[in-house]
Design a protein around this ligand. Sequence first.
Ligand code: SF4
Length: 78
Amino acid sequence: MRVSVDRDRCCSSGMCVTNVPEVFDQDDQDSLVRLRRTTFRPEEFDELRLAAQLCPGGAITVTEDRPTGTAEAGGPAD
Ligand code: SF4
């Protein structure tokens, strides 16, 4: 899983920091979100997905990794 934050969309609500303080933090200068780290444990995945859903600015993007060994899907259907 990858998590990215868009500081241009962050409205400094602090909700992500309240919900997952191990991962999210707010900058001391501008109060905008920043990530404490970029690797995550599987047991954190659900709360990271929830943090992205609850972010009022839509500033958190969670990207799921593809399972290893899975064949690529075919190209566009048309
Ligand atoms: S929940 Fe969203 S808007 Fe609020 S501080 Fe975190 S990233 Fe910024």
